[in-house]
Design a protein around this ligand. Structure first.
Ligand SMILES: [Zn+2]
Length: 382
C-alpha cells in the first residue's frame, strides 16, 4: 500500500488539498492524514506540495529516443515505453505512419504481443494507425507512394490491435468503408490528412468518424464561408479533437478557444517522432529525412513533420497560455484520451481505477511515476 501526502490531488472535477491518496495496484481512496494505515501498512510518500495526477495517456506518438513505432522492433518499443515514463506517461498508443502493408503488419505484430503483457514502462494499449488511407494533397510528412484508398478489410483484420485509424473521408468509397469498419469493430475513426470540404467532413462524421487527427494540421482550414474539416470538427459536439500543444503546430492564442468549444472532447497529443528526447540533428520519419532543431521537426522543404514534444510539456504550455486550473488541463491528457478509446481502467484517480499515478512538480516535471501501483521512475527529490 502507498500513501501520498502533501500534494494537490487531481480528480476529474476538481483538486483536493490537505488529504492523502491511498493506492495498491488500484486506487483505494482519498483519506485524512490521520487515517494513514487504514488500508494496511505501507510507504508514506511526501509529494512536497507537488501535483498528484493520474498517469498521462498519449494516443498519438510515433517515436521517442531514436525509436519509431513503424520500425517493427520489439526492443525499440520497449525502449520507448521505458523512456516515456520519465515524462509521466503511463500508457500510449504507438502510432504508425503511411507505409506498405507488410511493414505495418510487422509493427502491428510487435504491438499485439506487447499489448497483451505488462511492460517495464508505459503500457502499450494498441495502435493508432495514421495512414495509409489519407489524401496525397494533405500528406504532410507521409510518403505519397504508400497512400491508398480506404481498405476496410485491412482495418477489420487488425481490429484486435488498432484502436484509432486516420482516414480521409473524401476519398473514393470512403463513406461505405467507414460504415463497414464501424459496424464490425470498435476502432475509433479519425479524420486527418484530408482535403475534404465542410460537407464531405460532415458526411464522414455521419458515417462514423468521431475524432479529428491533430486539429488544424493536415486538414482543410476554418474559413467563415467554407468551414472545412477544422470547422466540422470544432462545431460537432460528438467529435473529439487531438491537439499538438507545442505552440508551433497551432498558435497558442487559440488554445483557449478550442478548449471552450471541445472541453472533455479535447485531447492533447505529442505526435512525437523518434527525434524526441534526443539532441538536434537529422533523423528518419517514415522513409523521409527530418531535421530536429529545438522543438521543431521539419522535412527538407520546410514541412512540419511531427514534433519533439513531450506530453508533460504540452500540459505546461496549455496551462501557461490558457490560465486554466491544473485539473482542467490534466484531464486533456488523462481522462479525455481514456474516454475516447473507451478505456475504463485508466484516466482518473477514482476508486478502483488502475493506480497509474504521477507526482509532478508545479512545472509538470514528473518526479515519481507509478504504473499499476509499482514505481517505475524517480527523478531527483522534490
Ligand atoms: Zn502523427
Amino acid at each position: 500500500m502507498k500513501y501520498v501526502k502533501n500534494g494537490k490531488i487531481i480528480m476529474p472535477d476538481g483538486e483536493i488539498e490537505g488529504k492523502v491518496l491511498a493506492f495498491s495496484d488500484t486506487v483505494e481512496g482519498v483519506i485524512d492524514e490521520s487515517e494513514i494505515g487504514c488500508f494496511g501498512e505501507g510507504d508514506v510518500i511526501d509529494a512536497c506540495c507537488g501535483i498528484v495526477s493520474p498517469g498521462l495517456i498519449d494516443i498519438h506518438i510515433h517515436g521517442y529516443l531514436g525509436e519509431d513505432s513503424s520500425d517493427g522492433s520489439k526492443e525499440g518499443m520497449l525502449r520507448m515505453a521505458k523512456g516515456l515514463i520519465k515524462n509521466g506517461v503511463t500508457a500510449f498508443l504507438p502510432t504508425t505512419m503511411t507505409a506498405p502493408y507488410q511493414q505495418l503488419e510487422k509493427a502491428f505484430d510487435v504491438i499485439r504481443t506487447l499489448k497483451a503483457s505488462e511492460v517495464d514502462g508505459a503500457q502499450i494499449l494498441g495502435v493508432n494507425a495514421e495512414g495509409p488511407f489519407i489524401s496525397p494533397e494533405y500528406k504532410g510528412a507521409h510518403k505519397e507512394d504508400n497512400i491508398k484508398n480506404i481498405d476496410p478489410d485491412f482495418l477489420i483484420r487488425h481490429s484486435d490491435v488498432i484502436r484509432i485509424a486516420t482516414v480521409a473521408p473524401e476519398r473514393t468509397g470512403a463513406l461505405e468503408a467507414i460504415k463497414k469498419v464501424k459496424e464490425n469493430t470498435d476502432i475509433v475513426m479519425s479524420m486527418g490528412h484530408t482535403s475534404a470540404n465542410y460537407v464531405q467532413a460532415k458526411e464522414g462524421i455521419e458515417a462514423g468518424i468521431s475524432l479529428a487527427t491533430h486539429l488544424f494540421n493536415a486538414m482543410t482550414p476554418l474559413n467563415h464561408r467554407d468551414p472545412g474539416v477544422a470547422g466540422a470538427a470544432l462545431t460537432n459536439e460528438n467529435v473529439g479533437c487531438e491537439l499538438i500543444a507545442d505552440t508551433l503546430h497551432i498558435n497558442a492564442d487559440l488554445f483557449k478557444m478550442v478548449y471552450i468549444l471541445k472541453k472533455d472532447k479535447l485531447i492533447l497529443i505529442t505526435d512525437c517522432t523518434r527525434a524526441g528526447g534526443l539532441v538536434d540533428g537529422k533523423y528518419d520519419l517514415g522513409g523521409q529525412m527530418i531535421t530536429k532543431k529545438g522543438i521543431e521537426c521539419r522535412l527538407a522543404d520546410g514541412t512540419l513533420a511531427g514534433s519533439a514534444l513531450t506530453l508533460n510539456k504540452a500540459l505546461y504550455n496549455f496551462r501557461k497560455y490558457t490560465g486554466l486550473k491544473d485539473y482542467e488541463v490534466i484531464s486533456l491528457a488523462t481522462a479525455n484520451p481514456a474516454k475516447i478509446i473507451r478505456d475504463k481502467e485508466r484516466g482518473t484517480l477514482e476508486v478502483g481505477k488502475r493506480a497509474d499515478v504521477v507526482i509532478f512538480d508545479n512545472n509538470f516535471n514528473a518526479v515519481r511515476t507509478f504504473v499499476g501501483g509499482i514505481e517505475k521512475a524517480t527523478d531527483s527529490c522534490l
